[in-house]
Ligand binder design. Structure first.
Ligand code: SF4
Length: 326
């Protein structure tokens, strides 16, 4: 399989604000703390975790909207730098969470979708319209929508407009940051099906970020589970659900509403809040909330190891099994 995007040990630390007369920042927030992932061509890779775990910061670093503190981003076998940033932005587009604030209310739909073409190409008005029309049809909006403003559409339709804008430059990869969390549940599935259809028809790849395991399960070929700035488990979607290894992933699975609420749960619901990313605990960062925590867990950081082929977990419960670190 061809690797489309690769992140190598990405870290993003935000220095805390200095107080008056302080020379150095009093500490850093470790929002992303060493993420190495590969995303293959045509694949939908889900990234799941509680809010505040660093997944949106990671997406902004990958999109190169903010620089990493450490680490490298590779796209199509080439290391990304300022020199190839414009080309990267053409090949990789972003779909944002909030369809209400991500569209400029003063622009018509046609101008919104054409905006990336204005930035990245020298197309004339007729050429741009020729690109926009089939995209509008693909996302399920009528041609009359082109001359309307965002406020004339529902939340689901606005998100479709956001997706159309992302498609204008014919990208290979869409980074979708909580793209359905602001929508009614009744509309979410139609948008998720739109993503799945485009993956098949256009050969698109996705980095699909969400806090909702049922949403990620619906669209992803593989899922990476994130906790406090790190990936703690990574596997194909079916495998992750059939053989969940990490206690944190088990707790996330447990939070998915069951069709039969009386059915027994496999793991206890998560207790407590995640620790502060300013001063993360030593050892496994999950040990304060983990029902299986042992003495070793509070002093030794578990590495992300391949436990069975393609299934990685960072947990001492599985130490000694499997092979290489990721
Ligand atoms: Fe729990 Fe220890 Fe595994 Fe961390 S390493 S998830 S604390 S058992």
């Amino acid at each position: 399989m061809e690797v489309l995007l690769e992140t190598k040990d990405i870290k993003k630390y935000f220095p805390l604000r200095k107080k008056l007369f302080q020379k150095e920042p009093p500490g850093v927030v470790k929002a992303v703390d060493g993420i190495s992932l590969r995303l293959y061509k045509g694949e939908a890779l889900g990234l799941i975790g509680e809010s505040g775990c660093g997944k949106s910061t990671f997406s902004r670093v990958v999109m190169q909207l903010i620089p990493p503190t450490q680490g490298e981003i590779w796209f199509r076998g080439e290391r990304m730098t300022k020199k190839n940033l414009m080309e990267f932005r053409q090949r990789v587009q972003m779909v944002f969470q909030d369809p209400y604030s991500s569209l400029d209310p003063r622009m018509r739909v046609r101008e919104i979708i054409e905006e990336p073409l204005r930035v990245h190409t020298k197309m004339n008005a007729g050429e741009k319209l020729a690109v926009v029309r089939p995209i509008l049809e693909r996302i399920g909006l009528p041609e009359e929508a082109l001359e309307k403003y965002p406020h004339e559409f529902s939340g689901g339709q606005r998100q479709r407009i956001g997706i159309a804008r992302a498609l204008a430059t014919q990208p290979e990869l869409l980074i979708c940051d909580e793209p359905v969390s602001a929508l009614d549940v009744s509309i979410q599935s139609s948008i998720l099906n739109l993503f799945k259809g485009m993956q098949k028809e256009l050969g698109l790849s996705y980095l699909f970020i969400s806090h909702d395991m049922s949403v990620v399960k619906h669209v992803s070929d593989r899922i990476a589970v994130m906790y406090l700035g790190r990936v703690v488990e990574l596997a194909e979607t079916k495998e992750l659900f059939a053989n969940t290894l990490h206690p944190y992933s088990q707790a996330l699975m447990n939070a998915i509403p069951a069709p039969d609420p009386a059915a027994p749960r496999k793991a206890a619901a998560l207790a407590g809040e995640p620790p502060s990313p300013i001063d993360p605990p030593p050892g496994c960062v999950f040990h304060g909330r983990c029902p299986h925590a042992a003495e070793r867990c509070s002093r030794e950081v578990p590495s992300l190891r391949e436990i069975t082929p393609g299934h990685f977990a960072a947990c001492h419960l599985h130490a000694g099994k499997g092979g290489e670190d990721l």
